[in-house]
Write a protein that binds this ligand. Structure first.
Ligand SMILES: *Cc1c(COP(=O)(O)O)cnc(C)c1O
Length: 414
């Protein structure tokens, strides 16, 4: 399905022209396609149809309530990393019984709130966390469901900032310590050990590392079983990559087939935590060209979106396709850097890109549905962008543009 395509020379999101969205809601604005999000979620659901499974969408990829609500209505579970994300899921109508809670720094209040609402499972990343969860559960008279997140020490072959499953990373419990930690956990009366998991990184474009990680986790399941520790679920994490440029990430069904074959008959249920693969290509960032600046060295297309709106190019040197929303004039293609107004040389959305862009043009930064708005900030006192979700021929404002008044609301002078 093509969520974003040209019709009569104008780029549309499903049935809605992006020119209309910019006219009504201004720029910069994130635009999401409901149909694209649903299609990707269903691809995972169908891919794993032969196994009991639970898709726990990774909320940090895009935590807008409308995105979470659309997924909740499909029956999705959620992978969260903070109590703020938990409250978002609840507000969007998500089922707390389908929530898994990851992250290396869970606070007591976060653990207590998660226990209170009855989440599915804590994915535990270190022994002191296990002890803290046990303490909080004891005080609440509860029994906390836990799974260990093991670090399988496999190279995800992705950008180093988003590789998480190697022994030098802060995530997970080293695989060779996992057995003793499990034995310890089973002796803590306010814990219920239910599963095992891993998450080796993000934007993986090969299946090999997934296969290696799952094989290592399965080895542990067998060892634990031999010692009388029954593991009900395996959580394979997220990380499946998407196409930004010319990557060729595995198709969801190929990924699902490989993992299903490995896991068939091995555990009661498989959990997964896809984020980017569900929303990445389902969103764009709509921005307007404020100026074109020619210097002896370069041509700069200065737009009204910046690194505070979309940090991926600055943070990971990520490549996003830039499309001109209205393909009308015959202005020449010229190589340029597409930059924002922020006072940093790292403030670029694209570099050395041969495109047509003149003052006043609308541009679409493609594949911005994941780690776009959710990583945005107020740097340079810039209010955050608006967010719109398109559903067929309708566009809904799902987050109003922030105002300067909102930015200043919590602050005082001496
Ligand atoms: C970020 C994260 C994910 C999602 O990663 P994607 O690459 O967006 O699929 C899943 N699980 C955990 C624990 C994460 O930290």
């Amino acid at each position: 399905m093509q969520a974003f395509a040209y019709r009569d020379g104008v780029l549309h999101a499903e049935g809605v022209a992006l020119t209309g969205i910019a006219g009504r809601h201004g720029t910069p604005t994130y635009v999401y396609s409901r149909a694209a999000i649903e299609a990707r979620w269903r691809a995972f659901d169908q891919g794993f149809a032969c196994l009991p499974h639970l898709i726990c969408y990774a909320v940090k990829a895009n935590s807008n309530l409308a995105v979470l609500g659309v997924l909740a209505r499909l029956g999705s579970g959620f992978d969260i990393v903070s109590v703020g994300e938990l409250e978002r899921v609840l507000r969007a109508g998500g089922d707390p019984g389908k929530v898994v809670f990851a992250g290396v720094g869970k606070r007591e209040d976060e653990i207590a709130r998660a226990l209170e609402v009855g989440i599915r499972c804590f994915n535990v990343e270190l022994v002191p966390e296990l002890e803290r969860i046990h303490d909080v559960a004891r005080r609440m008279g509860a029994r906390a469901p836990v799974a260990l997140r093991v670090n399988p020490d496999v190279d995800a072959r992705t950008h180093p900032y988003i590789a998480t499953g190697m022994k030098q990373n802060k995530f997970g419990i080293p695989a060779d310590e996992a057995l003793s930690v499990y034995e310890y956990a089973t002796r803590l009366p306010h814990l219920k050990v239910t599963g095992i998991g891993c998450h080796i990184g993000s934007q993986l474009t090969e299946v090999g590392p997934f296969d290696d990680a799952v094989a290592k986790v399965l080895d542990l399941v067998h060892l634990l079983r031999a010692r009388g520790v029954e593991i009900e679920h395996i959580d394979i994490g997220g990380g499946l990559g998407i196409q930004y440029r010319d990557e060729e990430p595995p198709a969801v069904h190929a990924y699902a087939e490989l993992i299903s074959r490995r896991l068939a008959g091995q555990v009661k249920e498989v959990l997964m935590e896809p984020g980017r693969a569900i929303v990445g290509n389902a969103g764009i960032l709509l921005t307007r060209v404020e100026y074109v600046k020619e210097t002896p060295a370069k041509r700069f297309v200065i737009v009204d979106a910046a690194m505070n709106d979309l940090i991926r190019p600055a943070l990971y040197e990520a490549w996003h396709e830039i499309l001109r929303v209205r393909r009308d004039s015959d202005a020449p293609v010229a190589e340029c850097d597409v930059v924002g107004p922020v006072c940093e040389t790292g403030d670029f959305l694209a570099r050395n890109r041969a495109i047509v862009a003149v003052q006043g043009d609308l541009l679409a930064v493609m594949s911005a549905g994941a780690y776009g708005f959710s990583m945005s900030s107020n740097y340079n006192a810039r209010p955050r962008a608006a967010e719109v979700m398109v559903d067929g021929a309708q566009a809904y404002l799902v987050r109003a543009r922030e105002t300067v008044g909102q930015l200043l609301a919590g602050e005082t002078t001496l």
